[in-house]
Design a protein around this ligand. Structure first.
Ligand code: 5AD
Ligand code: SF4
Length: 467
């Protein structure tokens, strides 16, 4: 995508360093994003920073002066994909040797200069808290050096930067409300790649949502590694503070026509206050992503999740009590260190007990330097991990289908997000419960709220008609 904004004056890049070929036109940035929603939003922040320094965005690698890859380290296969991609950029560098290749995000933070040592194509390595430094680092590369900044910060929230939305539909947008993570789940690399938790000034969050609303957006998704521990304290008056339930309410009050979603919740921190706030406002969507990871308390202890199976079920029951039509989704890890058949069965039985509407399911992947890597043995054979994961996936497919079948015959308010992938005569949108609904277009358009009666379903999609 080319964002055709006029170039602004560039204060940081020494004009002598801008390669002569592009003197007349704006230099072009191509950015690719791997991993989570937070990374998608970070890429939008990066584009905003680069745009302020005269760059425009291009979808084409061929015409890019800078290629940035925003990376994920959560599992080994996420990193392998990036290595593969970096290898592909070699061709482009042969064709246009001046092209700058940068690795940003979690892999940059985790591997630091090793990235440059291992892959000569890489000129630039920038961690998640150093994006403001990108223009300087690019200038450094242009003057013939490598550029690297992987400093983590205790304060950086990019609160003053308005992300440039890269998604073309203009219906739903991410807003990061906090960064980093203070939980040390033993399997997880995120606290090391994204640093400690810090919450963003609520006023800047509400302002960002307001600007989106004024620009026609219909939905905001509040993002954090653990939104329930959001807490902002006024530095001038420490008695003034805002928690997540209060922040949710502040955003929901902007307009009843602005949907509010959030992710991710942590079972140990999700308060009844959040649930009551959700129940109070129709525009706060009835969907909670509550990663369980395992149904076995023994595994949860080893994972350092700080809740038991019973604690988790207590939270589920509370959700059902306060918000009866709330969808519940989760993350599950199969084959964590020492997991037995019995532990696995506990995961299966918990999934059945909860009846998740949707789940992300993974095989455990040991990440260097995490607590698990340092103190535990990755001792479940890969074949067993695969077998257990397949069983988990097969069960979730059934649960999702069951959940969707229950919706047949019901009517939902659907926010239209796009045309259906299969046909332009159909629209695709989501219910409050975050389920995808496809229905004949009729007179409706992207961004409309439409009441849709569900007539049929698959395990992944509801099918319906507008009424
Ligand atoms: N191996 C497999 N899955 C992991 N996750 C986090 N770390 C790992 C790992 N080392 C999963 C968890 C988390 C989700 C974002 O990714 O389920 O909730
Ligand atoms: Fe996002 Fe986690 Fe991947 Fe980092 S490691 S990009 S935080 S999913």
């Amino acid at each position: 995508m080319h964002i055709g904004k006029k170039s602004t004056v560039n204060h940081n890049i020494n004009p002598k360093n801008i390669r002569p070929v592009f003197k007349e036109s704006q230099p072009k940035l191509h950015i690719e994003t791997y991993g989570c929603q937070m990374n998608v939003n970070d890429s939008e922040v990066v584009v905003a920073i680069m745009q302020q320094h005269g760059y425009s965005v291009t979808n084409s690698i061929e015409e890019a002066d800078i290629i940035l890859v925003n990376t994920c380290s959560i599992r080994d296969n996420a990193e392998q994909r990036v290595w593969g991609r970096l290898n592909e950029f070699k061709q482009q560098k042969k064709k246009r040797p001046n092209t700058i290749v940068g690795v940003i995000g979690c892999m940059a933070e985790r591997l630091k200069e090793q990235l440059i040592e291992k892959e000569k194509t890489v000129d630039l390595v920038v961690g998640p808290d150093a994006y403001r430094d990108l223009p300087n680092l690019v200038a450094q590369v242009e003057s013939g050096q490598k550029g690297i900044n992987v400093l983590l910060s205790r304060e950086e929230t990019y609160a003053d930067i308005s992300p440039i939305r890269l998604d073309a539909t203009g219906v739903s947008a991410y807003i990061s409300i906090m960064r980093g993570c203070n939980n040390v789940c033993s399997y997880c690399v995120v606290p090391y790649t994204r640093g400690g938790e810090r919450s963003r000034d609520p006023e800047t969050i509400v302002n960002e949502a307001k600007v989106l609303l004024d620009n026609g957006y219909k939905e905001v998704v509040l993002l954090g590694q653990n939104v329930d521990s959001y807490k902002w304290t006024d530095s001038k008056n420490s008695t003034k503070s805002v928690n997540f339930a209060q922040l949710l309410e502040m955003v929901a009050l902007l307009s009843p026509r602005l949907r509010v979603r959030f992710a991710t919740s942590h079972p140990k921190d999700m308060s009844n206050g959040v649930l009551y706030t959700m129940a109070m406002y129709d525009n706060i969507c009835n969907c909670i992503h509550l990663p369980v990871q395992s149904g076995s308390t023994r595994m949860l202890d080893l994972m350092n999740r700080k809740y038991s199976r019973e604690d988790y079920m207590e939270r589920i029951n509370k959700i059902r009590e306060i918000i009866p039509d709330c969808a519940i989704t989760t993350d599950v890890i199969a084959g964590f260190c020492t997991e037995t058949e019995e532990d696995h069965k506990q995961t299966i039985s918990l999934m059945q007990e909860v009846g998740y509407d949707f789940a992300y399911m993974f095989k455990y992947s040991e990440r260097p330097n995490t607590k698990a890597a340092r103190h535990m043995k990755d001792d479940v054979l890969d074949d067993i991990k695969t077998e257990r994961l397949n069983e988990i996936i097969a069960l979730q497919n059934k649960l999702s289908e069951l959940s969707n079948k229950k919706d047949v015959g019901k009517t939902f308010e659907v926010l239209v997000e796009n045309h259906s992938k299969r046909s332009n005569d159909f629209l695709s949108g989501r219910t409050s419960q975050n389920k995808v609904v496809v229905f004949p277009k009729g007179k409706y358009e992207i961004g409309d709220y439409v009441n849709v009666k569900v007539t049929d379903c698959t395990s992944a999609t509801l099918i319906g008609e507008s009424i």
